[in-house]
Design a protein around this ligand. Structure first.
Ligand SMILES: C[S@@+](CC[C@H](N)C(=O)[O-])C[C@H]1O[C@@H](n2cnc3c(N)ncnc32)[C@H](O)[C@@H]1O
Length: 374
């Protein structure tokens, strides 16, 4: 593939590093795990009010952009525990049946998920120490920007750290030279194109979910965002600017062709809270219960400072460079080739270390809890 541009290209290339090896998403997603932990109360509130109102015999739950690894099961196990506790408190004779739908793009490592289902179930039953309702698991490949479930079949939709990915690279951004996302030096047409693609995609997402959720169904979404209304903001763009810096350094040394960098733009948009709110209001099928901003420091793990910058290792075995690699490697390999990938991340690592030692660097999360209007 020469360039990653169209919806088909993105659907083919966008996936996290699979498996359970050193560079896998499963081993390098602590940061995303922290973000999931921060929104536990939002999910509990949504599931509790949904369950008490509807008391469904079958509870259908979808996780959109589930990827693979421990985070995939974290929300599932938390939901089962919440509902089982409610059943006990309400002295219900029977727990509901749980139908879990795990959605991601087709290239996602669904096999890893299914391979670890057995150990997940064992761990859950050890933790709960009682019988739960029967649990059924289904993998659902496909883009969440279109329909992925039948009409009115879902009670609860969850998605974390997935919706900032766009369905395609915005069109007409050829003049975003030297940048790979919205940057301080991006021309205004580039900023406009990114925002318009976000509006289109997010509204398609809402329209599809409005059809798939039952009336009164709930949805809790967390995505990377920014605090400022200005499209270029450090808290939304810095991490990508620094990746562009690593790439430009390699261009100036002749290790990457300049044209290669100039034609690479990320299919990504980190919206502001009001941009998210506006799309929900425009679409009109959902009531917003809550829209929260939270932060996760780039260093999601102790030991960030004690690392070997050449080998990308850290004492805790975790650092933000490895996390960014687990997320972005397939996209970067497709565009720049495998030969330069180690060097890209070695340079990126050194730049990130320098930045974290000087600034208070963090990812901004936007979490929104909504109810499908009756
Ligand atoms: C950073 S991972 C998040 C995984 C997990 N939810 C977590 O919090 O750790 C983002 C996931 O979203 C998926 N994704 C991105 N765009 C998607 C789309 N249009 N439809 C379905 N999944 C998508 C990616 O393939 C990836 O697995």
């Amino acid at each position: 593939m020469e360039k990653i541009e169209t919806r088909k290209d993105v659907a083919q290339v966008l996936h996290m590093n699979g498996g359970t090896g050193e560079t896998s998403y499963a081993k390098n997603s602590l940061l995303q795990q922290k973000a999931i932990s921060l929104t536990k109360a939002l999910r509990e509130e949504a599931i509790t009010s949904l369950y008490l109102k509807k008391v469904p015999r079958i509870l259908s739950i979808a996780d959109l952009g589930c990827s693979s690894g421990p985070n995939t099961f974290m929300v599932i196990s938390e939901i089962i525990k919440t509902v089982e506790n409610l059943c006990r408190e309400m002295k219900h004779k029977e727990s509901p049946e749980y139908h879990f739908f795990m959605n991601d793009l087709p290239e996602n490592d669904f096999n890893s998920i299914f391979k670890s289902l057995g150990s997940f179930k064992e761990k859950l039953s050890d933790e709960i120490e009682a019988e739960t309702g029967p649990c059924f698991f289904t993998g659902v490949p496909g883009s969440f920007y279109g329909r992925v479930f039948p009409t009115k079949t879902l009670h609860f939709v969850h998605s974390s750290y997935s919706l900032h990915w766009l369905s395609r690279v915005p069109q007409g951004v050829e003049n975003n030279k030297g940048n790979i996302y919205m940057a301080r030096s991006s021309p205004s047409n580039v900023l406009k194109a990114y925002y318009e693609e976000f509006q289109k995609d997010f509204s398609s997402f809402l329209k599809s979910r409005a059809k798939e959720l039952v009336e009164g169904g709930k949805m809790v979404l967390t995505l990377l965002g920014r605090t400022s209304e200005v499209q270029y903001s450090e808290d939304g763009c810095d991490i990508w600017d620094l990746l562009a810096l690593a790439l430009s350094d390699m261009v100036s040394e002749g290790k990457i062709n300049e044209e290669k960098l100039d034609t690479f733009n990320l299919p990504l948009y980190q919206p502001s809270p009001s941009e998210v709110r506006l799309e929900v209001l425009k679409e009109g099928s959902f009531t917003i219960n809550c829209l929260e901003i939270s932060e996760v420091h780039w260093n999601a793990h102790d030991g960030w400072n004690a690392f070997d910058s050449k080998s990308l290792d850290s004492v805790g075995g975790y650092n933000v460079t490895k996390c960014m690699r687990a997320v972005n490697e397939p996209l970067l390999i497709t565009h720049f080739g495998e030969a330069v990938i180690d060097e890209i991340f070695r340079r990126y690592h050194a730049i990130l270390i320098d930045r974290t030692s000087k600034n208070n660097v963090k990812f901004i999360n936007l979490s929104i809890s909504m109810t499908r209007n009756e």
